[in-house]
Design a protein around this ligand. Structure first.
Ligand code: SAH
Ligand code: SF4
Ligand code: F3S
Length: 477
């Protein structure tokens, strides 16, 4: 009988690492309340699509997916279909109206109440165990039921942003493996004029340092050797008198942790103290993601990034002096409203000057409610022109990347084996500098460290060969 088996939930996540980590949090919350987490929507009583709102394209894709999942719901009307995350927060009730088959929209600060909220919905998931004594009352409201949809039950919207919600005391459900993401901060206090994040995730909230450290200790005891600390401006973290550099140092010194990464730092908070910790702590990886966004001062000012090209270059200079082997990656937006061709060329110059190992490149996407959408309509860059700029940027970024990587062929690098390669008999790992290496090996080795020689590069990734100490044994590192 369906009442007696565990209710089954499936969570499908889009967007950044923070959102993926939130997906694990939702799974943890549901599992803690008796749900079985399954890996296919076909097998689930509750299907949650955990969404991203950063660019319009990301939202369009997800809306398509939600409508596809409605196909499953038609076959099984008791299935609950929920949309969570940043797009749910941004669209709110509009989403319930546009997609009347969606039962629930829940923003990023509502997950603690997920079990109770699901219990309030009609469908096959009515009974949930009692909330723990500390459980907050769900701030749910029944949204208007669409007449056309012929719905039987309510649609619910949980959209309050809560300055106190940092999910203290709740556990993420993490897949077994050597690596774990550890959110240390939620929300963002910046107001970059193109960006929706502060509106859908609220202001910056930092977790208590002792809680973060005990979580990492527990992860290490369970065999995790690599952690990535997460936050929208992760290096602005502050709790009590603990600032990011000292937290990073403490995490790096936890027994069993061999690699520590963090993302995304804001260039303005790359302090000399942080650079010192990065240089001194052996576990902190030689990789820094430094989102530049543009290479022109007027554009940076209008983006409200609060730094100049000169100060950014000075920051990068300090990092490179202290950690000569550091690999740098970045995010760049082209065609911000009002960006002239000459200003765009300054961004290309920045790319050629800094020589990032990797660049994530985007066309500006107008997000309703953000200040950039209020710039004069004439400032908006023609879509064909925007596409041409993006292509030119990609070409420059790839050219630089491939030159850098060709220069690295022959290096010997420690690799953490993360999974299988595309071809049979191959495995894939990552160097401390965040470069992907594929080499011959058995998938049973996933999670272990080895040393490889970088033999060839495709431009972006490497083909390597494993170094062996004896005829059979992989070299211990
Ligand atoms: N908090 C992170 C970024 C989060 S969003 C940080 O500050 O680095 C990830 C990236 O998406 C941003 O760095 C930016 O390059 C890009 N992005 C954000 N909003 C965008 C928009 N409206 N259009 C295009 N790209 C955008
Ligand atoms: Fe968005 Fe800027 Fe905050 Fe990053 S720092 S999340 S780009 S507002
Ligand atoms: Fe997207 Fe939200 Fe992350 S908008 S990039 S999922 S914080």
């Amino acid at each position: 009988m369906s009442e007696q088996r565990a209710r089954r939930a499936y969570v499908e996540t889009y967007g950044c690492q923070m959102n993926i980590s939130d997906g694990e949090l939702m799974e943890g919350i549901l599992e803690g309340r008796g749900y079985e987490i399954v890996d296919a929507p076909e097998r689930a009583d509750v299907v949650l699509v955990n969404t991203c709102a950063i660019r319009e394209h990301a939202e369009q894709r997800v809306l398509g997916r939600v409508s596809q999942l409605n196909g499953l719901k038609r076959e099984r009307p008791a299935m609950v279909l929920g949309v969570t995350g940043c797009m749910a927060q941004r669209m709110g009730r509009t989403l319930l109206e546009q997609a009347p088959y969606v039962d629930l929209v829940m923003g990023p600060d509502g997950y603690r109440t997920l079990p109770e909220t699901l219990a309030r919905l009609n469908g096959g998931v009515r009974a949930v165990p009692e909330a723990p004594a500390t459980g907050a009352v769900p701030p749910t409201e029944a949204a208007p039921v669409s007449e056309r949809s012929g719905r039987r039950g309510p649609q619910l919207a949980v959209l309050q942003l809560d300055m106190d919600e940092n999910y203290q005391g709740l556990e993420q459900r993490r897949a077994d493996g050597p690596s774990a993401w550890v959110p240390i901060q939620r929300g963002c206090d910046h107001r970059c004029t193109y960006c929706i994040v502060p509106y859908v995730r609220g202001g910056e909230k930092n977790r208590a340092a002792p809680e973060i450290l005990s979580e990492v200790r527990e992860l290490a005891e369970r065999g995790v050797t690599e952690v990535t600390l997460l936050g929208q401006t992760v290096n602005s973290y502050v709790w009590s008198d603990v600032r990011f550099p000292s937290l990073l140092r403490d995490v790096a010194r936890i027994d069993g942790i061999r690699r520590v990464r963090f993302t995304s730092p804001h260039p303005n908070d790359v302090t000399s103290e942080l650079v010192e910790v990065m240089a001194e702590e052996p576990a902190v990886c030689e990789h820094l993601h430094l989102p530049a966004q543009a290479g022109n001062d007027r554009t940076l000012r209008r983006m409200l990034r609060r730094y100049t090209v000169e100060s950014l270059l000075a920051t990068i200079g300090r990092v490179r002096v202290a950690i000569p082997d550091i690999a740098l990656s970045t995010d760049i937006i082209v065609a911000f409203p009002g960006e002239t061709d000459a200003e765009f060329r300054d961004t290309l110059t920045l790319m050629r000057t800094v020589r990032f190992d990797e660049a994530y490149t985007y066309k500006f996407s107008a997000r309703a409610g953000t200040p950039a959408t209020r710039l004069p309509p004439d400032d908006f860059v023609d879509p064909d022109e925007a596409q041409a700029r993006l292509q030119e940027l990609i070409d420059v970024a790839r050219g630089v990347q491939s030159e850098i990587n060709r220069g690295e062929v022959g290096r010997i690098e420690e690799v953490l084996i993360e999974g299988e390669g595309r071809d049979a008999g191959q495995i894939r790992g990552r160097t401390r500098r965040n470069k992907v290496v594929v080499f011959d090996g058995d998938p049973s080795r996933v999670g272990s460290y080895t040393r490889t020689r970088l033999e060839r590069t495709t431009g972006a990734t490497f083909a390597g060969s494993e170094l062996r100490v004896g005829p059979r044994e992989p070299a211990a590192v």
